[in-house]
Design a protein around this ligand. Sequence first.
Ligand code: ASP
Ligand code: MG
Length: 407
Amino acid sequence: MTVVQKYGGTSVGSVERLRNVARRVAARAEGEQLAVVVSAMGKSTDDLLALAREVNPRPPRRETDLLMATGEMVSSALLTMALIDIGCPAVALTGAQAGVFTDETFGRARIRNIDTWRMHEEFSAGNVVVVAGFQGQSPQGDYATLGRGGSDTSAVALGAALEADQVEIYTDVQGIYTTDPRIEPKARCLKDIASEEMLEAAQQGAGVMHPRAVELGLLYEIPILVASSQAEFGSGGGTLIRKEVQMEPENRVRTIALDRDVSSVTLRHVPDRPGIASQIFGPLADAGISVDTIVQNASELQLTDLTFTVTGDDWERTREISRPLAAELGAADVLFAHDLVKVSLIGTGMQSGPGYAATMFRSLSDAGINIELITTSEIRITCLVRAERGEEAVRVLHAAFALDEEV
Ligand code: ASP
Ligand code: MG
């Protein structure tokens, strides 16, 4: 059996924790081909970024990646030393040494391919392979990082390349919950969740796993176990993300996600003529900004209001681009809002059952929570609400759909 394990920053955040991880890895390595992907220790990526900004408020992207990549090298080297110390043969590899090749978009590079020969060589020599997550080698041979939280993506991509039987993501929570238990203490840890549901949840702010990692798992059909790095291995804990769960789930809402990373832009009184949308979204796309929700109101006197949302990362640049654009297009004004959140119901079963949206809207309205925007996909209904009511909205919906009850 080939297994890829990934340990997040908290799980390798101190010497003691590293030793604990080493013991788990050594136990799991018996008779298996095991690759272990690590994040940087604790908050060290943030610390490196802060350092970079101290010496240069707009640090160059190439060197930022070089700097950030060191965080994962530190933890992979230290974990390997801890493994060898307890008699478990292991070798540490950088992303490049493990054969991870990316494109050249520093800061959010995408993996192009993984050449597994070195890892296979190490497996044959009886080694556990410890790989620095979050990084790869660009076509020019530079260090490129995969975007914040990218070690999950490294792990699943390695799983795909190694044709692993399972990828195991070890983290500081028990698994995937019906909603964030810090918001709703009655939230339950799910035994399993369909990959599609998990992908929506990850995209809608359920912070446990990086969306790109879930997407890869879905694409390559690799089961992913998300579990606590503290729990006893094989204790049956954790959540298995896999192709399909039950054929006919009883409770069709699986999970409720809250995304706090939402900023909106509203162009007011834009002339309503063909091509307007492309004139607005073209320049944003060219700047690499992905626009999420877009809502255009029915026009009145040939004028329309257009609202769209972006994530915090893109917020500054979106403002820089949309201000002059609004003027150019003849919009009356442009409004920016930072105080919105997205509350999403997610479940594959929702598509076949009517009434989910109605129940959602009624529950929110009964609680006096105003809905600013609504968007849907086949397996998701999302409402944007004011940030200060976001957590309450989650609790209201968790109760309305009885997610605290075992089905
Ligand atoms: N160390 C990187 C970060 O903090 C990657 C990761 O942890 O997955 O974003
Ligand atoms: Mg992480």
